[in-house]
Design a protein around this ligand. Sequence first.
Ligand code: ZN
Ligand code: ZN
Length: 599
Amino acid sequence: MKRHFAALLITLVLVLRGAGPALGDATVSRSAFPQTVRVRLWYLHPPHDLRVSAGAGQAKIRRCSMCKDSGFGMLTLRASGSSIQVDGDRSLTPQLRLSGVYQMSAAGDPPIRADFPIELRADSGHLLVTASMPMEEYIAGVLAGEAGNFKSDEALKAMAVAARTFAMHFGSRHALDGFEFCDTTHCQDLRLAGIDARLRRIADSTAGEVLWYDGEPAATYYYANCAGTTEDGRYILGNDEAPAPYLVQHSDRYCIRSGGSQWQSEVSKRELQRALADDGIVVPGTLRSVSVLHRTSSGRVEFLRVVGISSVTVSGPAFRAAVGRHIGWDRLKSSLFDVNDHGDRVVFHGRGAGHGVGLCQVGAEVMGEEGHSYREILSFYYPGTKLGVAAQGIAWQQLANDDIELLTTKPDRDRTLLPVATRYLHESEESTGLVYRAKPRLKVYATVAEFRNSTGEPGWIAASTRGRTIQMQPPDTLRETGTLESTIHHELLHMLIESYARPGLPRWFREGLVLYLSAPGQAARHESATGDVALLEKRLRAPQSEEELRRSYAEACARVAQLAQQHAKDELMSWVQNGLPPELAASAGEERASSKSVR
Ligand SMILES: [Zn+2]
Ligand SMILES: [Zn+2]
């Protein structure tokens, strides 16, 4: 720890109990955030052959599951039935693996640079390519596919969070095939060849950030352009999906500023009838007319009436999907349209593009260019969700009020800590006459093991503070020993005092003052306040045992209690910012970096 990093400290809370669980028991990450995802490349059109050339590093090939890796420079891989032929060799292999840094290209596609392993199999003369890539590389590739033309970095960041959250919410739609995502819009459009430094930077700058609702990653749908009104999520979510209040219909004052969302198209009635039939929607006789039967509250087509000999009712999304799949997705860019009959043709006049549920990409761009942050963009399009970081397998969610930010993986369990912390925050300001310079953040771990592994502290440390962040053990663990509230109080006081403390203020005074202020009535009276102050300072800085530390804290508290009998409290508080008076400053420590603490 660097000495000049004054805001860095780890404080200590005394708990009258033995050591915590033994070090070394495994941590189980409950809400595992996938760091690596398996993606099927060329999902719709698997190539017959693939040319691979080694990159700057070392590229390796493993020709069978039991084989060893060997290096290569250039390779041509060709599917032959359900086997793979390497460089025209006679021997075929059912599967192989490439790793290292290399470049691969399939005929007609731009080359893909890869530094992640891929596995290849062959099926009916096609190569099935499955990549195991870092999640953030996948997100950068999705940005290239879905938002590559964005100008605003903030809008791109919002898209990165939406794409990541979407992937986590829906998880794998291909679990049975042995991978998580395909590279088409079925999952999310992935364009690895389109990744550049900017997209990688955007993905990394939001790494692990996910939008949460009710403890789950939200269903972060997005689309190109809502034309001024988003759509309610119930028109897109399946019946088995929970209702999503953040996918509420609302007006979008941003995308309409960009204008130009109108479109027009036409389809022959014959073509239309065949397209509907291909999707199982049979219109009896010859299709004569199409009209809008009902619209959703956003104005989008909910049902149409299609008339032949008799009429059938078709839902807007089913109608649009049939036209898109069998005639072309450019014909009905959205379901915000009017239908006009033109003899043997049907003409559509419409606005916007996409289903309209969730984030409007054009609107997000306008917001970004007008100076809104990606957080603002996300909360505009997904109101009521919370942005949280899922790092190291821990998915943090944020609860906050005006005074305190609470990070937790168990919001239901830890919610009650918010008012408790708020109360002690005000109490600390009152008792010190100081005001918090930054909003304190309370990070509450799910388990003792998680706390220990993340902070590096032993189990008997109840909490530690760095800057404005207090990292805390699970509340149940502290409640058991009756130290939950005192821990919160102690850490908040510490943070406040440290943020004002003059560099070089001795540790015994800082620690003693916090202990004294948190319980002025019961300062350890029976502890000696007359020992060697230099020795006390040394022990506080480098305690040899939990027991020694405990005693040192009691002694520091007793010293401050004694000073409080001789001096007014205001005077004591003024020493925090101005330093101790000369007669007390003797043998004061110079360092003010960190301290340790007992549970
Ligand atoms: Zn897919
Ligand atoms: Zn919009």
